[in-house]
Every structure is written in structure tokens, then in C-alpha cells.
Ligand binder design. Structure first.
Ligand code: MLT
Length: 310
């Protein structure tokens, strides 16, 4: 029997499967970093989502760790290099929430096109503001997708069904593959200058941090609207706030932030800003899939069996 420390909300199905496999599932959510350092010794597996920071120090304290399971996609909160050095396997659930994230992106695109949260807030406040919240259609607009991976492609299909033209920037995708999807691959400057809406679907790396900043808004089509359901920090929030204030950006819908929760973000309170609290993967379906996948990966790793790429 192994001790599996779970530090964030994971769907019951996955945790029950680990219990059924005979493991001691120790759920301790909301730990401060110092509390995590106290909780991790003696754990053989650690299961997390995006909030728990698995630093080299945590891995050092978790001397018995065999595996870290990330119930979701992004691994930017895990020091994978340090884990590898210590022989700790890091597994994730890369397919689990791609549909939910793509659908949330569409909800954000529609919200930023039609001012739905602002209009709702006004109505709830007793104001009937029909002429104030005139929006734009998505049809015949150009959507710039930065990052044409699994989620970016799902967004492209859905946006095409709304009648949008799609351009994309992704140095890792072959132009022929993009053409098959009816998408023009362009550089970031061309995307900025052509797109009416832009949506980001990139991982957080030193190369992508701050990739959407002053320069981007200076080159962008005036009034460009932007959506980010990928990773916080990819957009320079101070630059975005300035662009929203002077009209270079016509609206921004963000699900992820440089700091989460974004208590000090300059975006909060700006009229063109729409925000959700990192909800891209928060559907019953995605959480069930992530929980089941990660539980199975962790079970295999603890049994010393081959862990296939999920
Ligand atoms: C992910 O990277 O998969 C998301 O951040 C999911 C989550 O909310 O954990």
C-alpha cells in the first residue's frame, strides 16, 4: 500500500480507483508552501492540479516520491528537471480537458464580442442598457490563433462554424498541415495586424512569457480583442491594461493570470475586461477524465508497471 497525497480537488472516481487498488489516499487541499513541505514526507505519490507548486524543495522533502501526477495539461507548476534528477516520474492527463478548454474559449470570445458579463452586471444592478452594449458579430471576422496544438485546433473548428476566417501562429506546425485545416500560418506580427480577435493556446515557457506585450498592441489592428484560456504570464497584463485604456485593444477575456488569484492585476475593474477564475478545465466531464486518467497513471507508476503516454 502506498500513500497518495492529493493537494487539490480531484474527481472522486479517480480517488476511489486508487483506494480500490489498496492505496491510502490522503487528501489535504489548500496547503501553504510550508505545510506542503510538512505533508509530503512519506508520500509515494503526489496528485495536483495547477495551484500546487512542486518545487525542487518539495521534491527534496518528498524523499519517498515515485510519481507526481498532474490532473490536467500544464506542467509549468512542476520542476520537471528536478524530478527527473531524483528519478521521480511526472505524468499528466493531456487529453482530459481539451474540449472543455476549447468550449470555454468560445464562451470568452462570445462574451468579449457581445459584452455579456457587463450587460448582465448592469441588468442585475437594475439598469436596462440596450444601446450601451452593442457588440460585433464573429462571422466574417479574422481569428488569430497563437498555438495550433490540440486545443488551438478544436477552437479553429468551432470558430470556423461561426463563419470566422482563421490565421494561426505556431512555429511547430508545418504550413501544409495548417493548409489542410484551411488555416494560414503567419508570423506573430502578421497575425497582430490581420486579426480582429486573438486567442492564445500556448504553454508557459521562458519564450512565451510576456509574448503579448506593448509591441504586440502597437502592431495590432486597432481595437483587437484578445482571449487567453492558456497560461497566465503569457500576456503582459500592464501592457494589456494600457492597450485597453487607450483603445488599441477593444476587449480582453482572460481565464488565467500572471498571479492567481489576480488580486493586484491592473485589469480588474477596467470596463473592457472580462475575467473567469481559471475555469477552462472546470467541467464535470473534464474533471472526471482528468481524475480517471491520472489515477490510472499513478496506479501503474506505483506498481512499477509501464506508464503509457495518456
Ligand atoms: C491544465 O493545464 O490542464 C489546466 O490548468 C487545468 C486545471 O485547471 O488544472
Amino acid at each position: 500500500m502506498a500513500r497518495v497525497l492529493v493537494t487539490e480537488k480531484i474527481a472522486d472516481g479517480g480517488l476511489d480507483a486508487l483506494r480500490a487498488a489498496g492505496h491510502d489516499v490522503d487528501v489535504q487541499t489548500g496547503l501553504e508552501p510550508a505545510q506542503l513541505l510538512e505533508a509530503v514526507p512519506g508520500a509515494h505519490a503526489l496528485i495536483i492540479r495547477s495551484s500546487t507548486q512542486v518545487t525542487a524543495e518539495v521534491l527534496e522533502a518528498g524523499r519517498d516520491l515515485v510519481v507526481v501526477g498532474r490532473a490536467g495539461i500544464g506542467l509549468d507548476n512542476v520542476d520537471v528537471e528536478a524530478a527527473t534528477r531524483r528519478g521521480v516520474m511526472v505524468v499528466n492527463a493531456p487529453q482530459s480537458n481539451i474540449l472543455s478548454t476549447a468550449e470555454h474559449t468560445m464562451a470568452m470570445l462570445l462574451s468579449v464580442a457581445r459584452h455579456i458579463p457587463q450587460a448582465h452586471a448592469a441588468l442585475a444592478d437594475g439598469r436596462w442598457e440596450r444601446s450601451k452594449w452593442v457588440g460585433v458579430e464573429l462571422a466574417d471576422k479574422t481569428l488569430g490563433i497563437v498555438g495550433l496544438g490540440r486545443i488551438g485546433k478544436l477552437v479553429a473548428q468551432r470558430a470556423s462554424a461561426f463563419g470566422m476566417r482563421i490565421v494561426a501562429h505556431d512555429p511547430f506546425v508545418a504550413p501544409e498541415r495548417a493548409r489542410q485545416l484551411n488555416i494560414d500560418l503567419v508570423d506573430l506580427d502578421t497575425l497582430a495586424a490581420t486579426a480582429d480577435f486573438v486567442t492564445l493556446h500556448v504553454v508557459k515557457t521562458p519564450e512565451t512569457i510576456g509574448m503579448i506585450g506593448e509591441d504586440f498592441f502597437d502592431r495590432a489592428r486597432p481595437g483587437i480583442r484578445i482571449v487567453n484560456v492558456s497560461r497566465g504570464g503569457v500576456i503582459d497584463e500592464a501592457a494589456l491594461a494600457a492597450a485597453l485604456e487607450d483603445g488599441r485593444c477593444g476587449g480582453a477575456a482572460l481565464d488565467v493570470y500572471a498571479e492567481e488569484p489576480p488580486t493586484d492585476s491592473p485589469l480588474l475593474g477596467l470596463p473592457g475586461f472580462v475575467g473567469t477564475p481559471h475555469l477552462g478545465a472546470s467541467t464535470r466531464e473534464a474533471q472526471d477524465k482528468a481524475g480517471d486518467t491520472i489515477a490510472e497513471q499513478v496506479r501503474l507508476a506505483l506498481a512499477g508497471e509501464f506508464v503509457p503516454f495518456a
